[in-house]
Design a protein around this ligand. Sequence first.
Ligand code: AAL
Length: 430
Amino acid sequence: MKKLLLFLTVVTWIGSCQQKPADTTQDAFPFFITEEKPDRPLSAAVERNYDGYMAVRPEQNELYTQFKYTPLKGFDYHGGDGTITRRDPSKVIFENGKYYVWYTYRNTPVKPVGMARAKEANDTIPSSDWDLADIWYATSRDGFTWEEQGVAVPRPPKPQPGWRSVTTTDILKWRGKYYLYYQAFMEASGLKGDNCPVAVSHADSPDGPWTPTNEVVIANGAAGEWDQFKIHDPYPLVHDGKIYIYYKSGFDDRPEYKPSKIRMQGLAIADDPLGPFEKHPLNPLINSGHETTLFPFKEGVAAIVQRNGMEHNTIQYAKDWVNFEIASISELLPIAAGPFIPDAFTNTKDGRGINWGLSHFINAASDWSRNHTILTRFDCDLSLDVHDEQMKGHYLRYSPEFHYKQGLSKEQVERIKRENKERMTQGKSS
Ligand code: AAL
């Protein structure tokens, strides 16, 4: 009997080992994708397509959009000779029946010598495109044709913060008053680096007059901290009854890498527009970006992250205004965008998003010998109140000429010639 039991046990065990594998030919992934995540094994990418984004396809993703650009009327650039620049526009606001925008304005007798030659800069020779600049503003009735109004915040006298240059401003409206935050340079940009803190001026009207506090309002970090040198691109919004100012810093300069620095975005929060501002303990909050644009969206905040970093060319979202995740990937993102955000300062918990604003094109003449920047208009559909399917395409066709303009450098051609010569010499087939 025992032998029989043992025999049956062994036979059953062998049978189970030889059994066909579990039936893995589950139904194939369906032709009509379900909006809800299906209860079935999924690949990492399809799992992410459900869990990582607001929709399974871009055209349904409220935080996906393409961007379209329109030249502005009303700004003169001296024929593009490099002596005049307008750049880094603020957010656009609507007051007194018109749109307002503020921006960096440089108008110098000569063009910039470049940051690498900052030692040659003086009271009339600018080092960088934004050196020896003031904050100017313009108004518009349609967002396409603008009327330049003149200076809003001039460079203050030495030794006030910003005596060398006041740049890269942004606007806050708070309890009926207006505040312009800006980078306040105390030396020619490029002498030690593009180093500066942030200062602020305030007014009772968007038309000024603007009164500087003549103090630093967001200071550089302490020695050894990520933001010890640069507090760039101050970007105020209102959330949780406080002033949230997002900003960029560049750090980890290592000449062996190009670009040699990492750029990330931090956050400083205050109860009062004039501070004190407290930097968020989790800073930096966004691991990429340059002149990053943000706007309230649903209960959280969205960010257009362009130019630098592992996650450049993305639109990101932080439900808690601190922890950002990628919401979509796009192309031709607006650089240094200042959107029109009707609910930027309303302390909203239902941010409606954006669909237009101003941005800029650096080296607008594609000629560094006359470097200057121009303002432009961008349009998009990152709005819960607009459904413009013409902004939800997936593919921008770039012409062959556009691709050939991004051609090989001389060094790259030489490297390829060397590789070919070695392969011909060795004669080894691959
Ligand atoms: C821009 C902005 C800041 C920098 C310089 C002018 O990219 O990030 O403003 O200081 O360039």
